[in-house]
Design a protein around this ligand. Sequence first.
Ligand code: CA
Length: 220
Amino acid sequence: MRILLVEDDPMIGEAVSLALRDAAYAVDWVRDGVTAQQVMGDHEHQAILLDLGLPRRDGLEVLRRARRDGLALPVIVITARDGVEDRIQGLDLGADDYVLKPFDMKELLARLRAVVRRQGGHSAPVLDNGIVTLDPATRVATSADAQATLGAREFALLHALLLRPGRILARSELEGHIYGWNEEVESNAVDFLIHGIRRKLGSTVIRNVRGAGWMVDAPR
Ligand code: CA
């Protein structure tokens, strides 16, 4: 699960990034509204944590434009503003939830889980290529051999493959789905995750295409 964090305060940004990584999320952190808007178009993330008081473009304006352009991701607004008007405006503009600074990190994580779960329950379908199914809401994968709850990064990897059945994804593409921009990627991380998934679900769910990458079969 990869999260976009938009926050200009370095201390808050650092603390939230750390807490998210501790909870096994991949995090990309940007510090102004214009950059945030550009990055949102890349569709790399599963949820957005959005500060309102931002340089270059106000968070409410970022949100308004993103929803206008069809962004469907859950957005949690993080704000120091205690004015009820800002909260109402944020929700009207399409925020899914908000937290007021200073906030408890555990509360933020719980709210994040809740919006992602609601999103999963409503709109994220179970992925299925006829060999393995994956439920984004629960991270439960089912093959002919077994059923297992995947770890956060195992899920991210299998999810990336199942979104493109029949297509080979190179190591660097898979890493892009699993890690944030500034995260150190260990050279054998993808192999390690694939080994874990095969151990849980059977060795045939993911195919290695030597020298090119990995794939799951297209549905027949
Ligand atoms: Ca701010």
